[in-house]
Each structure stands twice: as structure tokens, then as C-alpha cells.
Design a protein around this ligand. Structure first.
Ligand code: PEP
Length: 251
């Protein structure tokens, strides 16, 4: 069985290099005997070099977003090449907190990341649910937009899909998606990926879940949801809860 993947999105929770270094030092100490799970952390841009230097090879580093542009005249942007040079091997694309204002950029961001050789965590997810099941077509549309690319060239290589229902992000664990509903969505995402990219390619793309995951709901989501791991926000910013999730993922 392939190793599970645990991706931590620090957003703006951890702000200073000292905090990031403390986190990594404690994490390395406490996780010494935890193998069998791949771990990725996404700090803010300013912490990328600090974290990359402190993390060593056990923990990989991700950008939280990436510029869709590769030419120089874009003030304030951070390109995929810059992310890679700062030590990132991964990047999160299409997180709902960015998709809200720049969803149209997702295909170009995926292309930019791939051109620089970065792995992409592609976030998809509906903002709300209604009984008619419209959330399935929302997710299918997001997958098609991102993976059929700006130029219609399929982008299947180096992609992990993170299903994150927006309504379940940043809540209490009791408000996360029930495992049975996750399973239903995972089956749907697999079918959509197979339709878009061909079965042989589509079924190999790992699917993560994100949205109020913690040590209480993670085992059920993992066991019943048929997922390859998690994308976590808040629970990745506290060493004890992050280590606990590493342990759960390695089982
Ligand atoms: C996220 O924002 O990607 C996320 C999953 O956040 P949280 O775990 O805090 O709900």
C-alpha cells in the first residue's frame, strides 16, 4: 500500500522564523519513530527558506499559492521558479481562500507549477450543499477547468487532488464532512478524473480530504473515506495535533 500524505497549510497562523524553527525542532524530536507517512508543510512565502533549511529531507515544503505569470513585470508576485529556489517541492493551487477572488487563474497556476517541476495540491470543493446535489457538478467543473489546462493540454502528472468542502473549513471537528459523504464524493472525483484523463491515469491521482480535520475525526475519514491522506489547516500549526495526525496516517 502506498504511503499516506499529510499536507499542513499554515496560512498566516505561523508568522515568525523563530516560531517555524521551534515547530520543526519539536516535530522532528517527537516524530523520530514515525515513518510510513509523507509530510508536506506550506508556510507563508517569507518562511519558506527558513523552513526548507530546518526541515531536512523528512518534511517537504510547499508554497501556499503561486503566480500564474513567468515574466518579470508583476509586482508582488512569487513565481514557481522562485518557490523552487526557496526550497519548495510542492505548491497548493486553488485553495478556497484564494479561489474566491482568483479562481480563473487556476489553470495557468497549475501550468506554471508544472513547468517549474513542482508537485501540485489542487484544491476543489463546493461553498455550500443543497439537496439537489449541485456540489457534484461544482467539483467536476473545477477539476475540468484545472486539469484540462489553459491550452487544453491535460495536466495529470504531479497532481494530488484535495477535496475541501468550503463550508467545512475552519470549523469544529464535529462539523466536518461525515465519512460516508466523503466516500461518495471520492468515488465521484475518481470517476471524473478517469473521464477527463483516461482511466489508467485518473485512478492513480491521490485524493486528500481537508476541512476541520483533527485527531478525533481523522481515523474515521481515513478508514471510510477511501482517501490518500489529508490537507489540514489549524491542526497543522500545533505540534501535538500534527504529530497525532502523522501517527494516524501511518497506520
Ligand atoms: C484548509 O484551509 O485547507 C483547511 C483544511 O483548514 P482547517 O483544517 O483549519 O479546516
Amino acid at each position: 500500500m502506498k504511503k499516506k500524505l499529510l499536507v499542513g497549510n499554515w496560512k498566516m497562523y505561523i508568522e515568525k522564523p523563530e516560531e517555524a524553527k521551534r515547530f520543526i525542532a519539536a516535530c522532528k524530536r517527537k516524530a523520530q519513530n514515525i515513518s510510513g507517512v509523507d509530510v508536506v508543510l506550506a508556510p507563508s512565502f517569507t518562511l519558506l527558506p527558513t523552513l526548507a533549511a530546518a526541515a531536512g529531507s523528512r518534511i517537504k515544503i510547499a508554497g501556499q499559492t503561486v503566480s500564474p505569470f513567468d515574466d518579470a513585470q508583476h509586482t508582488g508576485e512569487v513565481s514557481a521558479v522562485m518557490l523552487k529556489a526557496a526550497g519548495a517541492a510542492w505548491v497548493i493551487v486553488g485553495h478556497s481562500e484564494r479561489r474566491a477572488t482568483e479562481g480563473a487563474l487556476v489553470p495557468a497556476q497549475v501550468a506554471a507549477a508544472h513547468n517549474a517541476g513542482l508537485m501540485v495540491v489542487l484544491c476543489v470543493g463546493e461553498t455550500e450543499r443543497d439537496p439537489s446535489g449541485a456540489h457534484f457538478s461544482v467539483v467536476a467543473g473545477q477539476l475540468a477547468q484545472a486539469l484540462m489546462g489553459a491550452n487544453g493540454k491535460p495536466a495529470a502528472a504531479k497532481v494530488v487532488v484535495a477535496y475541501e468542502p468550503v463550508w467545512a473549513i475552519g470549523k469544529d471537528a464535529s462539523e466536518a464532512l461525515p465519512p460516508a459523504e466523503l466516500r461518495e464524493m471520492v468515488i465521484f472525483i475518481r470517476k471524473t478524473l478517469a473521464d477527463l484523463l483516461g482511466r489508467a491515469v485518473g485512478i492513480k491521482i491521490p485524493i486528500l480530504y481537508g476541512g476541520s480535520v483533527d485527531a478525533h475525526n481523522a481515523p474515521g475519514l481515513l478508514a471510510e473515506g477511501d482517501i490518500s491522506g489529508f490537507l489540514v489547516g489549524r491542526a497543522s500549526t500545533e505540534v501535538t495535533s500534527f504529530i497525532e495526525l502523522m501517527r494516524i496516517c501511518k497506520k
